[in-house]
Design a protein around this ligand. Structure first.
Ligand SMILES: Nc1ncnc2c1ncn2[C@@H]1O[C@H](COP(=O)(O)OP(=O)(O)OP(=O)(O)O)[C@@H](O)[C@H]1O
Length: 664
């Protein structure tokens, strides 16, 4: 069915699916608005076409081109389209469906199941994340490196490696004054940023560059640390990855990525993060390995979330898809929110078009939501997004009152989408304190960092408690991540013993008196005071914790926390104190506090609280976006377009109503 895409007052019922094909469209009189409609970053789509998917043949049948690149706005049916095409493809040959994120992979699996295609049982269907696919293929090639947990590498391996690199750079034989000046602090914050730099250096293909200018062009201004340092650490880190051996015969469980268990119990060496699997596979292929025959024999390759794909991942997909008969990639550049931040998605889109001579197709119609939300989405992304849904989807702004936030839909039926983890903690405490007490949250607050610190302190103060403290070992890890804890191995030492409140107290008593400092001076002093239990026993728990935080100087950077972890702790701490202030609990009552909180937060039932990353790819009837104040989604911690994309993704998850909530 052909119709006027540029004419927003369509009298005819909306088509089920809209694509634009300028080989047949537009009529001359609407050329001006047609141009507006299609200008995305001044890039025109190759063609303009509208058809009704329910009546048309599948896109692969519609177009003879080997490859199609479909760029559609949120809710335009990209995943639906991929699932529909795949349903047909699996009847004809081996089909690979790949996504960038695990959340995206799970959504694809759901969509296939809804079409009665079982992703596990159907031998013709493989659904993977790109890194997961690389990991799978490496294992098939006999590569048995351990897959380690990212945080364990950042805290356990990286600082020592960076020191070594910096020392060798100070070696007179390798003297390079510029580099010597750039030795970074070994703080957690700096190591996290360095790890992000290594990812970025890898994903952008900067490591391939022969000349400095090419390297610079690849990573642009995406690095936190000086390029020379990142380059040196990158090569040393990769050498370590190839030869690393666990200290014991089997590595400590806490080092391993729980999603990728080792193949064998012992005798393996080398490690990677799963996000490094694509790089390792390409390296293996460049060194002469060949893809397992099955992996090279996919007849159909369909890529979802293409906007998040990195140049490195596209290289791998190009090899895997080299023999594929048909390819399809779908994405929306305004949904780029992952690590490949700040990079130009257009480069990857263009590379796909060039490599596979792909035909570009665009869609500006969303079937998820009605016109009011379509207008908001259009404003956010400066595109002429229209609604193809019969729903209204009203959008409401709401300030600081959870009662008001229930105007469009009862709170219990809403899904709350937050910018990131720390904001979710804020939202959860705010709901606990100010929403009706009958409201339950489908998310557990009891395992958040502030709760961990308080649990740790309770155990120290009440070592004889008989109350079961199921989260004690997590609490120890959380406490030991405080900036004032100087020895990163502290938590591990504790983890190796059977921990009880009494044994914890014994350890901490020794540490605060130790000659070699385990804690910074203020934290040490605060712990000494805490252990002596000074202060009235009936002092309110909120006051006792407030005093401890002050003495320990826990939030000296409170106004400008640098790490996400700090934000989580800070927001959680503030929320916890506000919650405790509402009751008359003392520290002795801590198990009762935990129980009361657990009773309101259950993973079974209640209001879902999600981060944008978790909500991506999904849709919900009633969405509440928390918090829409200027300093949150519009903050400048990430590139402004990444923040804008996050906000766009959060808002466009709604089908029936959207509430934009701003706390006072
Ligand atoms: N042709 C169509 N006609 C009517 N409804 C459709 C059509 N295609 C998809 N939908 C519906 O629109 C909604 C959004 O589809 P889908 O999740 O596939 O969009 P998407 O483009 O992948 O979204 P996002 O990029 O935001 O994750 C779903 O409820 C789906 O059932």
């Amino acid at each position: 069915m052909l119709c006027g895409a540029a004419d927003r007052n369509l009298a005819a019922p909306a088509p089920d699916y809209c694509y634009y094909d300028d080989s047949r469209w537009p009529p001359q009189d609407s050329l001006q608005s047609f141009e507006n409609l299609l200008s995305v970053h001044n890039k025109r789509f190759d063609f303009l076409f509208i058809f009704n998917m329910t009546r048309s043949p599948l896109l692969f049948e519609q177009y003879a081109d080997r490859a199609l690149l479909i760029e559609g706005v949120a809710g335009s049916g990209k995943t639906t389209l991929i699932a529909q095409e795949a349903q047909q493809c699996v009847t004809q040959g081996r089909t690979l469906l790949v996504t960038f994120s695990r959340a995206g992979r799970d959504v694809l699996q759901q969509y296939m199941r809804a079409r009665d295609v079982d992703p596990v049982a159907n031998a013709n269907l493989h659904i993977f994340t790109i890194d997961g696919l690389a990991h799978f293929l490496l294992r098939r090639l006999g590569d048995e490196r351990y897959v380690l947990d990212r945080q364990a590498v950042v805290t356990g391996l990286l600082p020592e490696l960076v020191s070594e690199v910096c020392q060798s750079l100070q070696d007179p034989s390798e003297e390079d004054e510029a580099l010597q000046l750039q030795a970074p602090a070994l703080s957690l914050e700096s190591m996290e940023k360095l790890m992000a730099d290594l990812d970025y250096y890898r994903a952008s293909l900067a490591w391939q560059a022969e000349f400095d200018e090419d390297e610079q062009a690849a990573f642009g201004d995406g690095l936190h640390h000086p390029p020379a340092l990142v380059r040196a650490v990158f090569h040393r880190y990769d050498a370590l990855r190839a030869h690393w051996k666990p200290e014991a015969e089997e590595p400590d469980e806490t080092l391993l990525d729980p999603a990728y268990k080792p193949e064998r119990d012992k005798g393996m060496y080398g490690f990677r993060l799963v996000s490094e699997a694509t790089y390792d596979l390409i390296e293996a292929l460049d060194n002469g390995a060949t893809l397992p025959p099955n992996a090279a024999a996919y007849r159909y390759v369909l890529i979802d979330e293409f906007h998040d794909t990195t140049p490195l991942q596209l290289q791998l997909l190009s090899r895997v898809a080299a023999g594929a008969r048909r390819l399809m990639a779908v994405g929306d550049r305004y949904q780029t929110i992952f690590a490949w931040r700040g990079a130009n998605t257009e480069l990857v889109f263009d590379a796909f078009v060039q490599t596979f001579s792909a035909k570009r197709i665009g869609s500006l119609t969303s079937y998820r939501f009605g016109p009011e939300l379509a207008t908001l989405a259009a404003e956010l992304t400066q595109r002429a997004i229209r609604s193809g849904s019969p729903l209204d989807t009203p959008v409401m702004h709401c300030k600081g009152d959870w009662q008001d936030a229930a105007a469009l839909a009862p709170l219990a039926r809403q899904t709350i989408v937050c910018r990131h983890g720390p904001d979710r903690i804020r939202a959860a405490f705010s709901l606990l304190c100010d929403a009706p007490p009958t409201l339950k949250l489908a998310w557990s607050l009891t395992t958040t960092p502030a709760m961990g610190v308080a649990t740790f302190l309770y155990a120290l103060r009440h070592p004889q408690t008989t109350a079961p403290l199921r989260t004690l070992s997590l609490a120890v890890q959380q406490f030991c991540s405080l900036p004032g804890c100087l020895t990163p191995d502290t938590a591990r030492e504790l983890g190796q013993s059977r921990l009880t409140p009494a044994s914890l107290r014994m350890f901490v008593e020794n540490w605060v008196a130790a000659r070699e400092p385990v804690f910074g001076p203020s934290l040490n002093r605060a712990l000494q005071t805490w252990l002596t239990g000074s202060g009235a026993p009936d002092m309110a728990a909120s006051d006792a914790l407030r005093q401890f935080a002050q003495q320990a100087d826990l939030f000296r950077n409170g106004n400008a926390p640098q790490r996400l972890l700090d934000d989580s702790l800070l927001y959680g701490w503030r929320g916890l104190l506000a919650y405790l202030d509402q009751h008359r609990w003392t520290m002795r009552d801590w198990p009762a506090v935990m129980a009361a909180m657990a009773a309101r937060c259950s993973t079974r039932g209640g209001v879902p609280l999600l981060t944008v990353t978790e909500a991506k790819g999904h849709e919900y009837d009633h969405v509440l976006v928390y918090d829409t104040a200027d300093k949150t989604f519009r903050s400048q911690t990430d590139a402004p377009d990444v923040e804008r994309n996050r906000y766009y993704v959060a808002c466009t998850r709604a089908r029936k109503s959207l509430t934009l909530y701003r706390p006072v």
